[in-house]
Design a protein around this ligand. Sequence first.
Ligand code: ARG
Length: 463
Amino acid sequence: MTKNKNNQTIWGTRIQSKTSTIFQKLGNSIETDKRLYKQDLAGSIAHVEMLFKQKIISFKIKNKIIYGLNKIEKEIKNKKFEFNKKYEDIHMNIEKRLFQIIGEDAGYIHTARSRNDQVITDFKIWIKSATKEINFELEKVIKSTLKIAEKNIYTIMPGFTHLKNAQAISFAHYLMAYIEMFKRDKKRFLNNLDNLNENPLGVAALTGTSFNIDRNYTSKKLGFKKPTNNSIDTVSDRDFVLDFLYCVSICSMHISRIAEELIIWNSDAFNLINLSDKIVTGSSIMPQKKNPDLLEFLRGKSGSAYGNLFSMLTILKGLPLSYFKDLQDDKEIVFKSNDTLISSLKILDEVLKNISPNKKKMLELAETGYITATDLADYLVKNQSMSFRMAYKKTSEIVNLAEKKKKRLSELKIDELRNIIPKLTNDVLKVFDLKNSINSKKSYGGTSFENVKRMILKYKKDK
Ligand code: ARG
């Protein structure tokens, strides 16, 4: 067999004419999937060890193959390996090189497997480690957010609905809202592990194999929990890719939301937070400008994350079973989404370390917009035996009065209030105090300073 010795493709034994050069150029995936080389080598080593254990290949051949694969790993690490587009993908590039290193015995490596199961084995292992890395970066962001929250338990600001002042909150409570999102993101990524932990290796092209292989053995060797159940589903399934892309999309959306809020709050109109010079950029024409470019970068990146999710959904729509070349694009899509998310999380962490609240402005804003009106209504329910709807109506009248007199609620005199609710006592005035308002929200999950402190403590202890 001289066929594999020269630069012929491995599958080129039956195909007589050369593949169209344009397709050879465009249809290969080596530039993308060479990133899977470590996983591919690990998968191959586990595979040949299993073949030997099952007496499908000899001890000598197993050792020869493993020797060759280890050599290839060193070559790739030392940038001595020549990736060739002609051999399409990482699997063929490695196999081809194995032939050059150990000769015809390399031909035993592909017993009882196909690139179809090989590629998803590599890919699942890769996504598992990407999941770990993302969660590591998410944890850093959570810690940085927690640090600002800790310093701002008593920083008062208005909470918004419809971007209109709604009720008073602790700035820390607002920040902790994002911690909840990032914690859910972590959990969402981890939830994917169940599916990622099913080992595809051994289903071969689509039907399984007549060789007496041991898929539990390779599962264990490669860190999977169990082998997949159905060979046809296994080579067709890219649900785990969608799961990953969906998680990336949601996480990017959270990043985009916090970025947008910080942009609004940093605007000259709001002026609620300051960005250090480290995280702003200038304008080429307006010398005075300090622009929140980093935040805008973060806000924009959710676009490509959604795009990638939709690309994959579209590739899979209506695709019959089992393997098709269409599926090859999955890796480029995932790598792009992953890399962008990792850099976004790193940038967000940098941003969080470089923002500070403009406490004075936050308080000033909280004092406008009658944001203690709900506190007054609640007071009336508790102290004047009114139904909430009646209290709401009476409070609206009081807000109207304040608006007419161009006063804050806290500036109204008790007699003015009594014109609307005659039996009011002096202690009503405390409901207009912002600290009181915040501290009264003691229900579980509410913004009271005590609640916020407790949550920060709890999360600081979390690993
Ligand atoms: N590079 C291919 C991919 O990523 C590997 C599987 C090729 N299988 C095949 N039957 N052509 O999808």
